[in-house]
Design a protein around this ligand. Structure first.
Ligand code: ANZ
Ligand code: ZN
Length: 786
């Protein structure tokens, strides 16, 4: 086996860990999107190897998931067999396009030796109280018969099958990622993610700072707790609103109006309920609360624009300063009391003023303060009276970790009638996924595993009583949460990865993936890493798993729309490789445009790239061994290329790196000047990361030793590439009119053109007809007019 691409643990060389998101091995094989992003990673990895780095560029399979399960149901094959077939295809295709993965380190999330550790991580979460089973209103897809995470619901529809999602309460394992919300924000400071990615993470977490305030209820012991970002506006709170699912409301269902309102709200998603534009409606609860600042009685309403899952599920309404409260107050004729006087004129009969500039009014002891000052003062006062405190709220939700499906990691828990939930002891991992006859989810919503009695029925690890295994499996994210750690030590059977190997390889230097994974996958996997970090299972000095995150662009069909079977515009890598070869496909993909751009397929550009590679091969063949030396012009051109391609690859500007190779080849062909093998070698080396097959062939022709991919990226000669400019004095009829800075070898035409841009020169030239131009190279340019 070729060792060129193997990563060496603990090598003396500097390490580089280049990660591409491992693919889901679907039945349709490697698609163009994979090919594009993997090639980007591959070019970079090959370049770094040539630069003498010890590169870890691994690949694996994120192979659990619904499509395989559905396909297995349809074809009556085992998901295990389907996965094996698919990964074989993917691997073959990857090798065919020359991806230099270290296949010795392949991982597969469905391999029991891999998911043993996915289950182990779950046990650790359980041990630390970061996961519990609880009844949750979940998004339920009636077609796939599976619970969906919020992010798997797109505009009220199932991300996978498009069916309309309904709400359903079922008992689910929930992972408390919210406990890490602040850390997940702060940790970003230790990464070099681009701003867009950082923003995606921060926005998803959605941290708001404000206060928690307790409102007493009239004739009742209980209090209503609210979260507000504007405690300064407390004096203007003229009513309160509870979410229809708020626990207080369930005590009020005797009222038929309230009951029917609750039922209606249950049919809407949180997203729909949060929409600003939607007509507000609601019902009065019959309760009155006391505004702790004014002592006034204020009515408590119920409305679905307040959602249970955010803050406390109850709000204080300040219609003068919040648009939704304003709309609600207008509709139900509730009082509007302005408490912030904005610097600009404002008609509070027309709209709410939600800004933080201005002065507090109608607000007792905080009158005259600015809102930011008033926020602080109010919180201090609330705290001293035990009526509230500073608080933060997050839009990030806890993470529903149960799926009612077969093809996933079994959750390693046992339910005992005596002891309740008991974790499977670590030494009994993995809990193997049993082979079943039928993969269909049950009508009750339970996983098909529930039907396998021999598997489900077990004994309690704690007391030995008959007990039942958990039949939920983990979501797709579980394996991808930590796979990057496994690559550092993929065959370890004692622990998920050896500490010293992680210390050597981690963090991932560059992580290439899709925009769509900039939020959740990144957040979930960072969370699991931070969690393992806190437990001391990953190196102390590496606090974040990924140093840089790069999101690749999207390839569209030739018609400029997304490639899809229905649109009939899918371009399959296999066919192109067959027709043009992998080198053409790869180089074309890198040449198409910036690595992060959205680009349409362009057959003509592809043919252009093919011609370029053909010409490159022809040029190298024709000149190999022909000249004992290279002309200065050739040397300069090739060394400049070496420099700029190196810089471009380093900056992931693959398209310009290819364009410059094309230009240089043009220059060399046109010049017909002598070129020696050493210079030809450089030309081949520069192309090697892009066109690995062709370059390997012609490398031998020009006397290259070993594999071009194991060769050293040659240093360029600084004195050749530095752009020393010379100053040419421009004269008209012998009189100095200006100076121009030009390349030492600039052509006469270009020097003339540049000189003519000087105002003094144009003026002088306008005085007569141009008779003659004398250019003394690198020195003077003289126009003779008369
Ligand atoms: C009083 C107030 C006065 C508010 C004011 C805003 C402006 P963000 O920024 O998204 O964190 N709120 C709190 N919980 C809610 C829930 N469960 N459903 C709907 N709305 C909720 O928003 C925080 C603000 O959203 C909170 O501050 C609360 O309204 C509302 F001039 O309280 B505010
Ligand atoms: Zn027990």
């Amino acid at each position: 086996m070729d060792k060129t691409y193997q990563a060496i643990d603990f090598s003396e060389k500097e390490k580089a860990y280049i990660l591409v998101e491992f693919p889901y091995p679907s039945g349709s094989g490697l698609h163009m999107g994979h090919t594009f992003s993997f090639t980007g990673g591959d070019v970079y990895a090959r370049f770094l190897r040539m630069q003498g780095k010890n590169v870890l560029f691994p690949i694996g399979w994120d192979a659990f998931g619904l499509p395989t399960e559905n396909y297995a149901i349809k074809t009556e094959k085992k998901p295990q067999d389907v996965t094996r077939e698919n990964t074989d295809t993917f691997r073959r295709q990857m090798k065919q396009i020359g991806l230099s993965f270290d296949f010795m380190r392949e991982v597969n999330t469905t391999d029991p030796e891999f998911y043993r550790w996915t289950q182990w991580i779950f046990l650790k979460l359980y041990e630390k109280g970061l996961t519990t089973k609880m009844e949750m209103p979940i998004n339920w897809c009636p077609v796939d018969k599976v619970g969906l995470a919020n992010e798997e619901v797109i505009n009220g529809h199932c991300e996978r099958c498009g069916a309309e999602v309904v709400r359903r309460r079922i008992s689910q394992w929930v992972v408390k990622i919210t406990a890490y919300a602040d850390r997940l924000i702060e940790g970003l400071e230790h990464t070099d993610f681009i701003e867009k990615v950082k923003a995606a993470q921060v926005n998803w977490i959605g941290k708001s700072i404000g206060a928690r305030i307790f409102f007493p209820i009239k004739n009742c012991q209980e209090k209503i707790e609210v979260f507000t970002t504007r405690p300064d506006t407390l004096w203007g709170a003229t009513f309160m609103v509870l979410a229809p699912e708020h626990p207080l409301v369930s005590g009020l269902v005797d009222n038929p109006e309230i009951k029917s309102y609750m039922e209606k709200a249950a049919r809407l998603s949180d997203l729909e309920r949060g929409e600003m534009e939607r007509e507000k409606d609601g019902v009065f609860s019959g309760l009155m609360a006391i505004n702790p600042a004014t002592g006034n009685e204020i009515p408590v309403w119920i409305s679905d624009f307040v959602v249970l899952s955010y803050g406390t599920g109850a709000i204080m309404s300040v219609p003068a300063h919040d648009e939704r409260d304003y709309a609600f107050a207008r509709k139900f004729h509730l009082p509007v009391i302005p408490v912030v006087l904005p610097p600009q004129p404002w008609d509070f009969d027309q709209a709410a003023y939600s800004g933080k500039e201005g002065t507090m009014i109608n607000s007792g002891m905080i009158n005259g303060l600015t809102p930011p000052e008033a926020i602080e003062r109010t919180i201090d006062w609330l705290k001293s009276d035990y009526m509230g405190e500073a608080a933060a709220s997050y839009h990030l939700r806890d993470w529903i970790f149960s799926r009612q499906h077969y093809w996933g990691e079994p959750i390693p828990m046992v339910n005992c009638p005596e002891c309740g939930w008991v974790p499977v002891p670590e030494d009994q991992l993995p809990v193997l996924l049993p082979e079943v006859e039928k993969y269909q989810p049950t009508e009750t919503g339970e996983s098909p595993l529930a039907n396998i009695r021999a598997w489900v029925e077990t004994t309690c690890p704690r007391c030995g009583s008959p007990a039942r295994r958990e039949t939920d499996t983990m979501p797709n994210w579980a394996g991808s949460d930590w796979y990057f750690l496994r690559y550092t030590d993929p065959h370890n059977s004692a622990i998920f990865a050896d500490m010293e190997k992680m210390r050597y390889w981690m963090p991932v230097d560059v992580y290439i993936g899709g925009d769509e994974h900039n939020t959740l996958h990144l957040l979930y996997s960072r969370f699991i890493y931070l969690f393992l970090y806190d437990l001391g299972y990953v190196p102390r000095e590496i606090s974040e798993p990924y140093q840089k995150r790069l999101s690749h662009g999207v390839l569209l069909g030739p018609d400029g729309t997304r490639m899809s079977k229905t649109a009939g515009n899918v371009i399959v890598p296999d066919e192109l490789v067959e027709r043009y070869g992998a080198d053409v496909l790869r180089t074309y993909l890198m040449f198409m445009g910036p690595f992060d751009a959205t680009m349409a397929w362009n057959e003509r550009a592809l043919l252009g790239v093919k011609r370029f590679l053909d010409r490159l091969a022809a040029y190298v063949k024709a000149n190999s061994g022909r000249h004992p030396y290279s002309s200065m012009k050739v040397k300069v051109a090739v060394d400049k290329l070496l420099k700029s391609v190196g810089e471009d690859i380093q900056a992931f500007k693959f398209n310009t790196a290819v364009a410059k190779q094309m230009e240089t080849l043009n220059t060399l062909e046109d010049s017909q000047e002598p070129v020696d093998n050493l210079t030809l070698q450089k030309l081949v080396q520069v192309a090697a990361p892009f066109a690995p097959f062709l370059t390997e062939e012609i490398w031998k022709l020009v006397g290259g030793k070993g594999s071009v991919h194991a060769s050293c990226w040659p240093p360029y000669d600084i004195s050749l590439v530095s752009e020393r400019q010379v100053t040419v004095s421009v004269q008209v009829n012998g009189k100095l009119r200006g100076l121009v800075e030009v390349d030492p070898d600039e052509t006469e035409e270009k020097v003339i053109a540049q000189a003519k841009m000087l105002e003094a020169v144009t003026k002088a030239l306008a005085k007569g007809a141009l008779r003659k131009v004398i250019y003394v190279k690198r020195r003077t340019l003289n126009f003779v007019v008369g």
